[in-house]
Design a protein around this ligand. Sequence first.
Ligand code: NOJ
Length: 750
Amino acid sequence: MYTIITPKKILVSLLFVCSPLLKAQDSFEQQINTLLAKMTLEEKVGQMNQYNGFYDATGPAPQGGNAAQKYEHLKKGWVGSMLNVRGVEEVRKIQELVVKESRLGIPMIFGFDVIHGYKTQSPIPLAEAASWDLEAIQKSASIAANEASAVGLNWAFAPMIDISRDARWGRVMEGAGEDPYLGAKVAEARINGFQGDDLSAPNTIAACAKHFVAYGFSEAGREYNTTDIGTNTLFNIALPPFEAAVAADVKTVMNGFNVLNGIPVTGSSYLQRDILKDKWGFEGYVISDWSSIGELVPHGHAENLKQAAEFGAKAGSDMDMESKAYITHLAENVREGKVDEGLVDDAVRRILRVKFELGLFEDPYLYCNEEREKERLFHEDHMQGALEMAKKSMVLLKNDGNLLPLKKDQKGIVVIGDLADDKNSPLGSWRLASDDNTAVSVVEGLQTYTNAFKFVQGPKVFDDDASFLQHVIINTTDSSGMEEAVAAAKMAEVVIMVVGEHGFMSGEARSRTKIDLPGLQHDLLKAVYAVNKNIIMVLMNGRPLTINWEAEYIPTILEAWQLGSQSGNAVAQVLFGDYNPSGKLPMTFPRSVGQVPIYYNHFSTGRAEKEPNVFWSHYADEENSPLYPFGFGLSYSKFRYSDFNLDSSDATQIKVSVKVTNSSTVEGEEVVQLYVNDPYASIVRPVKELKGFKKISLEGGASQTVSFTLTDRELGFYNSKHEWVVEPGKFNVMVGTNSQEGLSGSFERQ
Ligand code: NOJ
């Protein structure tokens, strides 16, 4: 039998002796052995086969298979899992079919894209990351797990933890932005939220860290495109959130569609076996992305589907999502000696282990409770949780002249914009289970405060029938409604303009070459600005946008992303000052798409300083700096940083502290950020790297000393041999309010 022995496993086996919990684990392993011994090769391969439900919600329609064949395979025990089957009735039906009719009755695991909620939608993940509030993010994932588990699901294809520096890539909405440190922390919070303390409880589900790995580096931001990054970026930027996910005991990992440095990640034994399973000791299983094993053929890696099955299995892709490569060809590959049966056993062992841990062997219907299903969907507690998360996710980008917060009795408000009364778009992308038009719109949110405002839509921007499967149709020519909007704005004391992207303009397969305001929105803003400068711009979007003109002229900009079910209520609370915005950007806003990829933790060039001639690193037509940097976000409070202190007397525990004072009269929250720079190293290090943050709350006039400890964990990096090292020498440290502003000092480490 093929078993990989890792140091972690040896430790775990030693611990079995003394812990009852580990005894349960041990008994799982024994039961798995017993089961494996009974399984035919076809049954083993069946566990590695995942079918889609009987419709094509998230990918090209299944090829070469039909519902009848799938039913036959289910009955034979040739399907280990299904995706997109949900609802207690449906799940129970299929579980019963498998458990009662198949020879060994091994229960199925049911997966679904629970990306930011099931029915109740939280903000899109990028927005949640902007809260820098790990407790809130964890709670949001636990709410999602609570609802999803109530409809029979026990596995979420989330969190997506791909780092991305390219706002053209539509999937940035699904991740935590550009930074590996923040990304790792958010990954951990989400995994803990989904999986809870007890995976066998009926309200917790297995998480899935995806897409392993470097999928966020797709060239030119085009979906499904090639990725080509050096090992420094791989080890120090792309892999760390996954390493953190494994340390947080994530049960499953999904690979990606991308070719990385010439090898499709789905077929990479180096990534999936050497790093993920051997080096990190990951004991769960790897699911392929939709048909990514089959796609080894069009990638030009495997000659045909049979060889794709061989390569996928050898590379450690344990479960095949819908490409049918395994179910059609894996047994044959084993019989022909092309794939060692030990590898199949290893994959099956991993899959069965997660099923045991979920409690499915004890009760295959654990997640099938009609009462819970009725009770949990759109539960009041979940809606309340979504509201809290939405408030924390907004980022105040500009508030010149303090137009915000509005007074409760503010008169003469005019609200303009196609998105202002939209109840669908704020649900964002990747919300497969949500009911259309169930978000609270901004207009509805404002109505909970006052009816003393006028709403004028302005030119229609987005097609009302926009869907997850097609590109959103955008009006770029018909300006009807413009005049009415301008006329209303002329009479207003203050204009709230809700502009941005439609919720289905980001997400999978939603790459853009231009990342400005779509349609006539920019023209509308300019026309309104010509008659009334008191504009509050509420921005709804799933990615950073190039809004240079707006950033220069519009006095107030609130980044509201797509905030989910409670969108309008959250926006209204911020506009009227019942919630003081506290979010910070998890991703840089470029000035121009030509700057992309743009990110704060870049290297210095040999020609970073401005020269009197042209021979330094810059553009002829744009500044190097971003429009808004990583970590940026304002508040209705004002925070002052002072008393930077650095104590390096203990080289293993460097203490850094600052005093933060709320110099305003308004209570508020601040995310205090710690950045480190290693100025000379064997591998060039970034100009700065986030290595700590704390979100604090301060009453008006109050101060707090915020402390951080720097250990080898924060000071080290993966060197050219991919070893974690801390090199002696100078380190610079900055603590501040964003990645560009703060107090700094330095120390020497021997
Ligand atoms: C393709 C996406 O890349 C992946 O993230 C998702 O989980 C699967 N489809 C299943 O819907």
